[in-house]
Ligand binder design. Structure first.
Ligand code: ATP
Length: 202
């Protein structure tokens, strides 16, 4: 295969902070044998999380880089930082498609997000640019998914882990132990930079 024909999965998020749920979903996408690479896009300012102030972008980026160190097929990307805000997925995909015209992109999402997908800005345009790659339990019934979406969807078997960044931020603010929820290299940054000690609202 030439470089021009790479199949790239795009997994976006605020990763505030990155945790084992993110690492495990990334592994499920890579294990499914569709992708050559998974690009993890750190979002500066997601349109759906306006009520919450994020930890500094460079620190979230550093935590992501630590978490995915050693994953040969994963690239952590700050490309959304260079694009106009807020970071709509359609804008990012249009940019990637123009910059890497020979690549095939797959938008990687969790099964939960699939049910809201028609609420995403320009969802039909998104499906003209790329297919969806959905991580969900092997037992999930895909027949219930709207046909207009299902014909553009591929599935990766995935057992979700019950952890979220919100859970971690709240645990740190309460002084609870988070070492089971994310890699120790990420916890070190949280400790050193004193992140999430107070719950931060804008
Ligand atoms: P928050 O709690 O701040 O809303 P989050 O934990 O959901 O954050 P995001 O950065 O919003 O993390 O997630 C990035 C991507 O990872 C999204 O596609 C999201 O669905 C997925 N994701 C988040 N947590 C998990 C998890 N535990 N298992 C699988 N996928 C997850």
């Amino acid at each position: 295969m030439s470089l021009q024909e790479k199949r790239i999965g795009i997994l976006g998020g605020t990763f505030d902070p990155v945790h084992y749920g993110h690492i495990s979903i990334a592994e499920s996408f890579l294990d499914a044998d569709i992708l050559d690479e998974l690009w993890i896009l750190l979002t500066p300012d997601p349109p759906h999380k306006t009520e919450q102030a994020q930890a500094d972008y460079q620190l979230r980026l550093k935590m992501l880089q630590e978490a995915f160190k050693g994953f040969d097929n994963v690239k952590v990307s700050d490309i959304e930082k260079q694009l106009p805000q807020p970071s709509y997925t359609i804008q990012t995909l249009e940019f990637l498609k123009s910059r890497y015209s020979g690549y095939t992109f797959y938008l990687c999402i969790g099964g939960d997000s699939l049910h809201n997908f028609k609420k995403w800005k320009d969802w039909e345009k998104i499906l003209q640019i790329c297919d969806l790659f959905v991580a969900q339990r092997p037992s999930t019934d895909t027949q219930a998914i709207d046909e207009s979406i299902r014909e553009h969807a591929h599935f990766a078997d995935h057992e979700p882990i019950r952890v979220s960044s919100t859970m971690i931020r709240q645990a740190v603010a309460k002084g609870d132990d988070i070492s089971e929820l994310l890699p120790s290299s990420v916890k070190k940054i949280i400790d050193k930079e004193e992140l999430y000690r107070v719950i931060n609202h804008e």
